[in-house]
Design a protein around this ligand. Sequence first.
Ligand code: NAP
Length: 280
Amino acid sequence: MSAHVWGPTGWKVPVLGQGTWQMEGDARTEAIRALRRGLDLGLTHVDTAEIYGHGAVEELVGEAIAGRRDEVFLVSKVMPSNATFEGTLRACERSMRHLRTDRLDCYLLHWPGPHPLSETVRAFETLVEQGKVRSWGVSNFDVDELEEALALAGEGRIACNQVLYHLQERTIERRVLPWCEEHRVAVVGYSPFGSGRFPHASSHGGRVLTEVARVHGASPRQVALAFLTRRPSLFAIPKAARVPHVEDNAGAARVKLTREELVHIDAAFAVGPEAELPML
Ligand code: NAP
């Protein structure tokens, strides 16, 4: 599995990971098998959150990674309503208990919330000092919120911003992605398949993906994942609760798109005229 540098940390983290949102509603045994199969295939960045199934998903993940903790780059998130200084410390302990671990590789604020960000950042730094969290980041932060976090924490502290990013939703390319690249913040794209609303094969974009996929002996989703992780700042965390799905997703790692193919896909899913970066 190819890897990109995790923001300012210098660590290499697999480009493709595994999401777990709504997994509490999936067939449990198969979901656990899928997560373990994903680990076998190198999808070792596992993303969860205390809010998912009110802790039930963290428990499921804890079961899936039992005995394999050292293979996993484990990420969880504090709910904004809990993200006071003390609340964040307590939430982290609770998540680690559910996950059956003594540390998180990255701990995120799930979205900007009602409590002062300064308290959350102070709690994150305390958890780092205590060795309970190896890095911390944010999620669903726009540029103003990132600026606030940066002013509080200083350069080189925010490991990632986890944000909505799929072929039909490329808004982050306008401001958030350039800002994150400038400040060495990893960008983790969530819902890379639009939470199940993947471009239909008969749509223009769907036809482009199918065409490129055919050349590579790949699936359209593999091509989408390759496109969504085309820059060194980008990661993706598709969620799959079935073994064949996770096997398909892992196969994206071997798809290397040419510049012409990137241009073709870019045009089929245009981000719009306001994009600041040349995206290829
Ligand atoms: P997603 O990954 O875009 O799509 C998941 C859906 O695609 C599921 O229905 C899954 O089916 C299906 N799927 C996966 N691989 C497939 C394949 N190879 N072929 C066909 N279908 C496939 O959706 P998501 O769960 O919204 O996003 C991914 C992760 O991002 C989440 O699980 C979560 O960890 C994270 N996330 C974070 C936030 C945030 O606010 N920070 C918000 C949303 C999501 P099965 O599950 O049945 O296999």
